[in-house]
Design a protein around this ligand. Sequence first.
Ligand SMILES: Cc1cc2nc3c(=O)[nH]c(=O)nc-3n(C[C@H](O)[C@H](O)[C@H](O)COP(=O)(O)OP(=O)(O)OC[C@H]3O[C@@H](n4cnc5c(N)ncnc54)[C@H](O)[C@@H]3O)c2cc1C
Length: 377
Amino acid sequence: MSRIQGRADVVIVGGGVIGSAAAWRLAERGRSVVLLEQFDPGHRHGASHGSSRIYRQAYDGEFYTGLAARALPLWRALEDTTDTPVLTLTGAVDHGLPAALAAKANALAALGIPHELLDPVEAGRRWPGIRFDTRVLHHPDAGRLHADRSVQALNRAAADAGADIRHGVAVHGIGSTATGVEVVTDGKTIPAAHVVVAAGAWTRSLIADAQLDAVPELPRLRTTQEQPAHFLPLTADDWPSFVHHRGAGLAGEGIYGLGSDDGIKIGEHGTGPVVDPETRDYTPDSAGVARLVDYAEAWLPGVDLDSVTADTCLYTTTPDSNFVVDRVGDVTVAAGFSGHGFKFAPVIGELVADLADGTTRTFEAFRFGARQAVAAR
Ligand SMILES: Cc1cc2nc3c(=O)[nH]c(=O)nc-3n(C[C@H](O)[C@H](O)[C@H](O)COP(=O)(O)OP(=O)(O)OC[C@H]3O[C@@H](n4cnc5c(N)ncnc54)[C@H](O)[C@@H]3O)c2cc1C
């Protein structure tokens, strides 16, 4: 790994999946990149740890569907570069609310992405671990990402391309200088032409304290402690990733799930308590875990209910669930991934690299300040 001395082209604050992907894409372009992450590799304090994240292309509109499709070859490129498998295509199924299925089927159809609608009997025959009572949307180019392996591979690919990846280094301040920006760590100031803030739940406080000529106008970022649960599967079938949308048979906001190295993971989307990342308790809420066990009892005949374990993880959510990826002056912010950002990381890394290079403007939905929201489910 190279140790960059003096002024870097880009300093990235945050070594979660987004900062790591940005480091990879920038270093591949020959930029001198320093990535600063406050915790050790593999830490569990942010949003990017664990054994699984859903990779799916079915969204309610063409915007995120198209971005997800663009991410697939980049994930494959990462696997090739690092010789590390990160993405397993198992297919994905959506069931429940018919309007949710129709919107997703329309977006897939508009972009020519293979998909099919199945009746519940056929779906139950194919995926016996799940109970279905509505039509089911299946698309095969979906599955699961191994979260920890993905972040490790992104860091390795970035380092192999020349990035200087430093763990255990907290950034305390960001400020403008006559020729760019500087980032302040314990006892050190690192000058750069550009800084990328990909600090997850810590983004708002870092930006609020920054001494910048041009200040990013962030939307409200709400940090919640979420608590997915894992159950051991009763059979060895490979599970699809799935989203059960609120509908006739299901109250609440719906449930997502997928197979993983730790068993079948399920979770509610964004229902956890608001927390401060510095003071949260890491304790799963027992009422929330009980709701997931009740759900599994009703809808997942293929899991062992007694094997439940729960973990915590952070969502940083914008009011419209669209991401914030934009540049002002010498600062790009990539944050607010609203509980669905992992799958897009290499595409966001490309966008961040384009913004840092000054070769593009961001998407309308990702802008600082007032913006036009698009469907983000
Ligand atoms: C339970 C759960 C399930 C999810 N499921 C899915 C899914 O199925 N599919 C999907 O696509 N997405 C999913 N997501 C969302 C996805 O995981 C996140 O959108 C993504 O991980 C966000 O990454 P990030 O890099 O922005 O944030 P983080 O991973 O939190 O990274 C930010 C990093 O910045 C570091 N940092 C902060 N401040 C400083 C500082 N001052 N100095 C140095 N370093 C600093 C932090 O330590 C942290 O490592 C899920 C999230 C959760 C919590």
